[in-house]
Design a protein around this ligand. Structure first.
Ligand code: 5GP
Ligand code: MG
Ligand code: MG
Length: 188
């Protein structure tokens, strides 16, 4: 078996291939390079852990000096965002005066981004924009701006390219739906 053939037995269908993702990330990098030309304090601020693959690919496509930082956040209750977001670890950069791009893997209800955005704005960045690889538009509960969006997608639970289900699936190079029946049969 080559590394390329590896998958998980709960994978449904591939929604975005490795090639599609690469192409889209390159385009986003080009746009950000264009939009932030001249910025002396550009910070890509990723939300751990789902955005790791995305941010490390994206930063290589941004042809500008920049800094990378992370925050780790979680929802208080359940798998679905509750609107109560806990900061597990905060970023290190003092973002006052910085051009910050908040980067997440996927926007679902929007509660996570809405909460973190508000918190970051209190810290007085020069500018703050949001970049998400995936957007489940129809699931939105709070209105938030997504300034840079990779792909809009329907309401499937997806893994791969950094995204997980109970920490599994992050290493897939593509984004695929989870066959939840299969998953629960295997893992309960
Ligand atoms: P929101 O606060 O927008 O409802 O939730 C966003 C977070 O929920 C994402 O950062 C991600 O951690 C998680 N999430 C939402 N939908 C999915 C999905 O389809 N797959 C995975 N792996 N995580 C998801
Ligand atoms: Mg997340
Ligand atoms: Mg997760």
């Amino acid at each position: 078996m080559t590394a390329h053939d590896f998958s998980y037995d709960f994978i449904g269908e591939i929604l975005f291939s490795q090639e599609e993702i690469e192409r889209r990330v390159q385009q986003l990098g080009n746009t950000i390079t264009h939009d932030y030309r001249g910025s002396e304090k550009l910070l890509l601020l990723g939300l751990l852990r789902g955005s790791v693959m995305f941010i490390t690919d994206l930063m290589r496509k941004v042809q500008l000096p920049l800094t990378m930082d992370f925050m780790s956040v979680s929802s208080y209750a359940g798998a679905e965002s509750s609107g109560f977001i806990r900061i597990d670890s905060d970023h290190k950069t003092n973002i006052a005066g910085w051009d910050v791009i908040l980067i997440d893997d996927i926007v679902d209800t929007g509660y996570t981004i809405a909460t973190i955005r508000k918190l970051l704005l209190d810290r007085k960045p020069r500018s703050l924009k949001v970049c998400a690889l995936l957007d489940k538009v129809e699931r939105r509960k709070v209105d938030i701006p997504i300034d840079y969006c990779g792909f809009q997608m329907p309401d499937y639970f997806v893994v791969g390219y950094g995204l997980d289900i109970d920490e599994k699936g992050r290493n897939l190079p593509y984004i695929a739906s989870v066959d939840l029946d299969k998953y629960h049969k295997i893992y309960g």
